[in-house]
Design a protein around this ligand. Structure first.
Ligand code: BES
Ligand code: ZN
Length: 620
């Protein structure tokens, strides 16, 4: 941020600064990028600024191939380095002429650097390439793996460092590019990207895209399938397969209200359109904040809009993440902690404090479990991480999300909401379309909030130390207390009074189930299942926590084992899948886990597969 400021002052105008325009060839206008361990690119010497992608998506061979043409800025360098992983590089050009290129050594985590020869005057490079069957970002689905079961489907997942496996690119969050794309797909399918999108199929299967706001490479995204669009408001709407589109439209009917609430909190929505695509169930995340088009799991569709905080979360990333971006994956908490805070504020604005606090408390409980799981690796419970030689995915856990949230909530309660909101709004505005390190943020916080208000706050302890400091905000929920009491009553009286749970929300049910005591008996569980049919719940979150308890407590009633297996075979959402496999492992049921995993593994995207392979020490 400081670097940025100096750079802006040089250009004398904050506005021009966003363009990063070169003035001449001798004086560099390339801003300084911080060192990071997850990209081979050397953007301080030569950097990509704009991408023209021209690709063909071939479902028969499961290959994406074509050209990536970059407009570059060059600081007198003789080469530009891109990241690649499992790509075949066929040819490179510099300003339209063939040029030398070389792929460096392969690293399991990072892939291979692609060195492309340029001269100091080179303005543009073009890479001819194709993907392979190892490409990690892509999941090619058979019709059987989709909702409608009639057409194949393809989606990409870029975060954290997978974009390099479907496009040769400088794959660091510090890079920002605009892009245009021309994508050819089979003519019965539609293509959508993290860009301006079509609302209808074309007759020839050719789609063109424009992304005019500069984005980080991890936000490049593509989905191809037999999908349809239905708008919710002028600037919001849903894409889904035919059988899902009305359900998605109903579930997400509050999208526009969410955008309005978010804008009221932290300033204008800068991306024009906010759409969501509901993907097939193997999508490895709950949601992914691809700009203008959030990718979402179908497991969020509960039929009663009860899991839509996920949409608020991905929307919030339009500010924290997409607009103001973590500079490196060690600063990932800046993306996710801020986003959870913002998500919960949106939920509060729309549905009130009760709902907001229940969501916050579920996260608080997740945080407690995460800290326990890192008992032997306390350094992993710091907000600022050191992921050198680690996969950045290893930092994707409750620490970044829920400790990040708790830190910001504690700050809010310390300085007061009004001041805190003004501070955050300015933070997003000042740093729009740029990247921030943890240290940048700490500086900004000191200068703009703590010092002017003479507030003493243990920032260093929160950010650079393990665990949770003592001054943490205490979150309370009467509804959760009531759920705990009800659970106690049901267990001690050995009977269930369903009238006591009549108006319960999903969050109360999740809390009720997660709080079963160690000593709960099979009779208790059977009684609950008979009264509430948790085993057949159509709410994915309730089903998931119930299955976890069934595994923990050796409950086999109501054919729950079959449901667990079906769930794990159909759903690829990593959080759900890993929670359940972890439960098998914790309870010494590794054989059962492996028996299921052998059947379900082929349905998972590479990121889920990698996590479960490691967890179960699975070797093919
Ligand atoms: N950006 C994340 C997903 C992600 C993080 C993908 C790191 C790859 C690496 C997304 O915004 C997210 O946090 N999704 C959550 C949902 C949420 C409501 C906490 C998820 O998928 O569970
Ligand atoms: Zn997120």
């Amino acid at each position: 941020m400081k670097r940025r400021l100096i750079y802006c002052m040089l250009l004398l105008s904050v506005f021009n600064c966003k363009e990063d325009k070169p003035q001449n060839n001798t004086e560099s206008t390339i801003p300084e990028y911080v060192e990071e361990s997850h990209s081979y690119a050397k953007p301080n010497t030569s950097v990509i600024k704009h991408l023209d992608l021209d690709i063909n998506v071939d479902f028969d061979t499961k290959v994406i191939g074509g050209t990536a043409t970059y407009t570059i800025e060059n600081n007198n360098a003789s080469e530009i380095i891109l990241d690649t992983k499992y790509l075949v590089i066929e040819k490179a050009e510099a300003d339209g002429e063939p040029t030398d290129f070389e792929l460096g050594n392969f690293d399991e985590q990072l892939g291979q650097p692609l060195h492309v020869a340029i001269s100091e005057n080179t303005k543009q490079i073009r890479i001819h390439y194709k993907t392979t069957d190892k490409t990690e970002a892509l999941q090619w689905l058979s019709p059987q793996q989709t909702a409608d079961k009639t057409h194949p489907f393809l989606f990409t997942q870029g975060q954290a460092i997978l974009t390099r496996s479907w496009i040769p690119i400088q794959d660091s969050p510090q890079i920002r590019i605009t892009y245009n794309a021309k994508v050819k797909v089979p003519s019965d399918l539609m293509a959508v990207m993290s860009a301006e999108n079509p609302k209808k199929k074309t007759t020839d299967g050719i789609y063109t895209f424009k992304m005019q706001q500069p984005i980080s490479p991890y936000l490049m995204a593509l989905a191809v399938g037999d999908i349809y669009y239905k708008s919710v408001s002028e600037r919001t709407g849903v894409y889904a397969e035919r059988s899902m589109v009305d359900k998605a439209h109903y579930e997400f009917s509050d999208m526009e209200n969410m955008v309005v609430a978010a804008e009221n909190l932290y300033g204008d929505y800068d991306w024009d359109q906010f759409d969501v695509i509901v993907l097939p169930p193997s999508f490895p995340f709950g949601g992914m904040e691809n700009p203008r088009l959030t990718f979402a799991t179908p497991t969020v569709i509960a039929g009663d809009k009860s899991l839509t905080s996920l949409i608020a979360h991905e929307l919030a990333h339009s500010w924290s993440g997409n607009l103001v971006t973590n500079a490196t994956w060690n600063d990932f908490w800046l993306n996710e902690g801020f986003t959870v805070y913002f998500e919960i504020r949106i939920m509060e604005a729309l549905y009130g404090k009760d709902r907001a606090n229940m969501i916050a408390l579920i996260g608080r409980q997740d945080l407690e479990e995460e800290i326990e799981s890192f008992e032997n690796e306390p350094e992993m419970t710091k907000l600022k991480l050191d992921l050198t030689n680690k996969n950045p995915d290893d930092g994707m856990n409750s620490i970044a999300y829920d400790k990040g949230y708790l830190f910001l909530r504690t700050l809010e309660e310390t300085v007061g909401r009004e001041k805190f909101d003004r501070f955050l709004k300015n933070y997003f505005k000042t740093n729009a379309f740029s990247t921030v390190t943890t240290e940048d943020f700490v500086d900004y916080l000191n200068t703009n909030l703590l010092e002017p208000n003479a507030i003493d706050f243990n920032i260093d302890e929160w950010i650079y130390k393990a665990g949770v400091p003592d001054n943490q905000a205490i979150i309370v929920s009467d509804k959760f207390k009531n759920a705990e009491n009800t659970l106690n009553d049901f267990i001690t009286s050995k009977s269930v009074d369903v009238s006591k749970t009549k108006d319960w929300t999903t969050q109360e049910w999740v809390h009720f189930i997660r709080n079963f005591p160690e000593t709960i008996t099979n009779e208790d569980l059977a009684r609950f299942d008979e009264a509430f049919d948790f085993t057949n719940s159509s709410n994915s979150h309730i089903a998931m926590v119930w299955y976890e308890q069934a595994i923990n407590h050796d409950y086999h009633g109501n054919n729950v084992d079959q449901n667990i297996e079906d769930f794990l075979t159909r759903v690829g959402r990593r959080w759900y899948v890993s929670t359940l496999f972890k439960a098998f492992k914790r309870n010494d049921k590794i054989d059962e886990a492996l028996a299921i995993y052998r059947k379900s593994r082929a349905n998972y995207h590479s990121v889920t597969m990698r996590t479960i392979d490691d967890m179960l020490e699975f070797t093919n």
